[in-house]
Design a protein around this ligand. Structure first.
Ligand code: NAP
Length: 292
């Protein structure tokens, strides 16, 4: 019988640990971590993500700021907000909600964030440090997957791991983190031949291809550990609001043969926010240490 990788529970545990750390800062009269989130435009999905981040930050006792800019904000306007936050000592983590309305400016905006405050770990300085294994922020979603596996004491070392997807924010860093944990890693992408046979040969499968229910439960190996990063809202006339959240994997009736699996919702999603808070706490600690 498979066991569930319960991201909701683990995320709640991590948030409690962070809350305790913040209470200790307050008791000693020390600065609490500060997180600023910039949102450009009014994309409904982005608004939901930003309000969740703000709510979670406030719940653990962080100082939290939300900066709303109009959808036609210029690149210079966004960058000048970032520079203001780079120089604000009450802010330790800065995040710009992606995608930006004008995606051509995305890289310039990312690079304007001080690498010391780059809690999404998108800045090339942090990506480079991560690649060569120097202490840095870790990208939130892949770091959340590793933390979820570790909290359940799932063995990674020596296992054959398959990461499906090679994006800069999920697939690539996910494969590097699994490699760091001594897995033997294969990366699949849209040009991979015979994905089904790659899946059926893997001890650990992390699905991050962004296609609802594209991976079938019957393809998974007996005893496999399976993590579903996908997140899609699809129509479902039987659901109370007419829609439901699903992942990239259609487990069907095949969960019983697995060792561990993560559900959607309640798997990787809550872990991503927990890792964002954890990165902000790290930013605060690193910055405060530097100024002592
Ligand atoms: P993305 O940028 O669209 O990348 C998708 C990757 O999957 C690409 O590398 C693509 O290959 C590969 N791919 C597409 N179709 C494939 C197929 N049929 N077989 C094998 N590989 C295929 O997506 P992303 O940003 O990495 O996100 C992936 C999923 O994770 C999405 O559902 C997203 O919503 C979800 N997500 C969840 C969280 C969370 O907190 N839970 C956070 C971030 C993302 P090519 O490179 O060849 O095009």
């Amino acid at each position: 019988m498979a066991q569930i990788l319960d991201g909701k529970k683990v995320s709640s545990d991590i948030r409690s640990e962070i809350k305790s750390a913040v209470s200790a800062f307050i008791a000693k009269g020390e600065p609490v971590p500060g997180l600023a989130v910039i949102i450009v435009g009014d994309d409904p999905a982005s608004k939901v993500y930003v309000s969740q981040k703000k709510k979670n930050a406030e719940e653990v006792g962080f100082h939290s700021e939300e900066i709303k800019l109009p959808h036609n904000a210029s690149r210079n306007q966004i960058i000048s907000e970032i520079q203001r936050l780079n120089n604000n000592s009450a802010i330790h983590g800065i995040l710009v909600q992606m995608p930006l309305p004008d995606q051509s400016d995305q890289q310039a905006v990312i690079e304007a964030i001080s690498p010391r405050k780059d809690v999404d770990a998108f800045h090339p300085v942090n990506q480079g440090k991560f690649l060569i294994g120097i202490d840095s922020f870790l990208p939130c979603t892949p770091a959340g997957v590793i933390e979820l596996l570790k909290r359940y004491l799932v063995e990674i070392s020596g296992k054959k791991a398959l990461v499906i997807g090679r994006s800069n924010i999920v697939g690539k860093p996910m494969s590097l983190l699994l490699l760091r944990e001594n897995a033997t890693v294969t990366i699949a992408h849209s040009k991979t031949k015979n994905l089904e046979s790659e899946i059926s040969d893997s001890d650990i499968v992390v699905a991050a291809l962004g296609k609802p229910h594209a991976i079938k439960g019957e393809w998974l190996k007996k005893g496999a550990v399976v993590v579903d990063v996908g997140m899609h809202r699809i129509d479902d006339p039987n659901a109370p609001k007419g829609t439901k959240l699903v992942g990239d994997i259609d487990y069907g009736n095949y969960t019983d043969k697995l060792a561990w699996y993560s559900p959607v919702p309640g798997g990787v999603g809550p872990m991503t926010i927990a890792m964002l808070l954890s990165n902000t706490l790290k930013a605060r600690n690193d910055l405060c240490r530097k100024t002592v």
